[in-house]
Design a protein around this ligand. Sequence first.
Ligand SMILES: Nc1nc2c([nH]c(=O)n2[C@H]2C[C@H](O)[C@@H](COP(=O)(O)OP(=O)(O)OP(=O)(O)O)O2)c(=O)[nH]1
Ligand SMILES: [Mg+2]
Length: 314
Amino acid sequence: MSSHNQRLHVAVGVIRDGDGRILITQRAKHAHQGGLWEFPGGKLEPGEPVRQALARELAEELGIEVQTAAPLIKIKHDYGDRHVLLDVWNVTGFAGQARGCEGQAMRWIKVEQLQDFSFPAANLPIIAAAQLPHYYAILEGRSATEAWDNCRRILATGIKLLQFRVKSLPHADLQSVLDQVSQLCLQQQVSLLVNADLPVHTANAQGLHLSSRALLASHERPNGYRWVAASCHNLDELRHAETLGLDFAVLAPVQATASHPDAAPLGWQALTELLDQINLPVFALGGLGPRDLDRALAAGAQGVAGISAFLAAD
Ligand SMILES: Nc1nc2c([nH]c(=O)n2[C@H]2C[C@H](O)[C@@H](COP(=O)(O)OP(=O)(O)OP(=O)(O)O)O2)c(=O)[nH]1
Ligand SMILES: [Mg+2]
């Protein structure tokens, strides 16, 4: 194996301050991917655990001590001259004041500003992962009243990412319920994705959610949406979502669910193995709720998606 084929394992931190701002630093001009902005971090030493490498690199580069960190996403990327595995962690607690210990430029920026900076090519899914929350709620309802009631209950839990998928609603009611839901989402700064199978106008939504059938029928990313996501059940579908340049996927069913009793659950092990093979933020769905977040993160997921799990009691 030539040295270029050996994958360089890199520990990377998406560091957040108390206001949710993110720290980015600029790579030295002469370095690989020089001059571009990056999330601080660096190469693992031989035999070094990744969590330890993360702490060491952030101490060396920024003079901070990592206190709270959780896995965010893993990216494998071939630059041609170098093959990297970026092992990216969310760092939400640290001691000390970050400074550029190696003379590098640094900025604390809002998550929305990540688009305004040039990062290495491998960073695209990291930026999506950094901007997405850990929970994705799916709105269902058999009547306009029930859908609206469910929407209010879901948003009351603090959900910031919502899919409008009220497939059992009479078509005559769909548009007015969607208009009402999108109004409330706008007010509460919730990102709303509309399921692409629904016969509605999506002008007031930030995103489109493709069913796995719609995903496989698509040859390019739909235009004009801040977020485009898809439902997946296997590696082929996940790969297709990645190839189209979608922002994230939902993978189901991870556990057995009452709503889909015939579908064989993947289980945590298969979930981990599937997520290891793609560079895309993925929410785990199926028999899961907020209590499963740590397990989902450990498996390499962005977080947890659910329907009934996010309906808080009134
Ligand atoms: N830290 C970091 N590295 C990234 C990002 N995106 C990306 O493609 N990389 C690549 C660039 C490099 O090829 C590799 C990091 O290796 P590096 O050589 O900078 O690591 P290091 O900090 O240990 O550097 P050094 O001590 O050897 O100077 O990962 C990112 O967001 N952060
Ligand atoms: Mg570095």
